[in-house]
Ligand binder design. Structure first.
Ligand SMILES: Nc1ncnc2c1ncn2[C@@H]1O[C@H](COP(=O)(O)OP(=O)(O)OP(=O)(O)O)[C@@H](O)[C@H]1O
Length: 247
């Protein structure tokens, strides 16, 4: 579904991602793990064209380099950020609605790019559906600042989900969550997968990674050092040395 070939990202003399190739298969929860600074978030940023790169990234056989950010959304790509990226001046409902922004009003580019424009009822239905899935229905009229951090993270996730993506990229969804919130996140990930979505996750919490992943890719110093099923990865000596450590 997502194919990354020979991806290299340089920041002046620093090679943040070094000739990385990986494939995310449809229907999988695929985790990207590795030590701090390994280049994981930079891979996400390359997919979303936020950093210049060499190599090739295709999604459903379409070269993403040629696409605008709006086109990425219409192709079915969506993401969350490592640092919570929500609007505190807006309610939860308004925040979620932002995920539908390109589909809300008639703009020239919608005609050019073939975007649908949703009716008010369609918008409301989509927000309701995603709020029900993420457990945010009781909070729709609330302002995020007054909600627990774990709920605020769900708001960002709901905003990424509301455009009905085919592939969701989540950057450290479990960071800062309580154990109960992590359990909730794992169940939510499984529910999202059951709905047919494909998910690529950058995550440090190995409990979450091991529990929900179909495939794990491990990066170190910008390079892929291992890839496989969670059990294979947790037993790989190179991964243990570079990242997991000895129990
Ligand atoms: N815009 C940028 N300009 C300069 N250097 C950058 C930039 N973005 C990332 N880097 C550097 O690239 C390297 C990889 O960073 P990246 O954020 O991708 O790592 P990561 O694996 O996601 O780390 P973490 O797990 O800590 O989030 C780091 O050394 C980082 O400092």
């Amino acid at each position: 579904m997502l194919r990354i070939e020979n991806l290299t990202v340089k920041f002046q003399s620093l090679v943040a991602v070094n000739n990385l190739s990986m494939k995310v298969e449809q229907g999988n929860i695929h985790s990207l793990i590795g030590p701090n600074g390994a280049g994981k978030t930079t891979v996400f940023n390359a997919v979303f064209k936020l950093v210049p790169y060499t190599g090739r990234i295709t999604f459903l056989n379409q070269d993403l380099r040629m696409k605008s950010t709006h086109e990425l959304l219409s192709l079915g790509l969506s993401r969350t950020f490592q640092n919570l990226n929500i609007f505190y001046s807006m309610t939860v409902e308004e925040n979620i609605k932002m995920g539908l922004h390109p589909f809300l009003e008639s703009h020239l580019y919608q005609d050019l790019l073939g975007f649908d424009v949703y009716s008010q009822k369609e918008v409301n239905d989509k927000i309701y559906e995603v709020a029900a899935l993420t457990g945010l229905l009781p909070y729709l009229k609330a302002y995020p600042l007054f909600l627990p951090y774990g709920v605020q993270k769900l708001v960002e996730l709901a905003r990424a989900l509301v455009s009905n993506p085919k592939l969701l990229l989540l950057d450290e969804p479990a960071a800062g969550l309580t154990s109960a919130e992590k359990e909730n996140l794992k169940n939510l990930m499984k529910a999202i997968k059951a709905k047919g979505l494909t998910v690529l996750i950058v995550e440090h919490d190995m409990g979450v990674v091991m529990d929900i992943s179909d495939v794990v890719t491990v990066m170190n110093f910008g390079q892929k050092i291992a890839e496989g099923k969670p059990q294979e990865i947790s037993a790989d000596p190179q991964v243990i040395e570079a990242y997991l450590g000895v129990d």
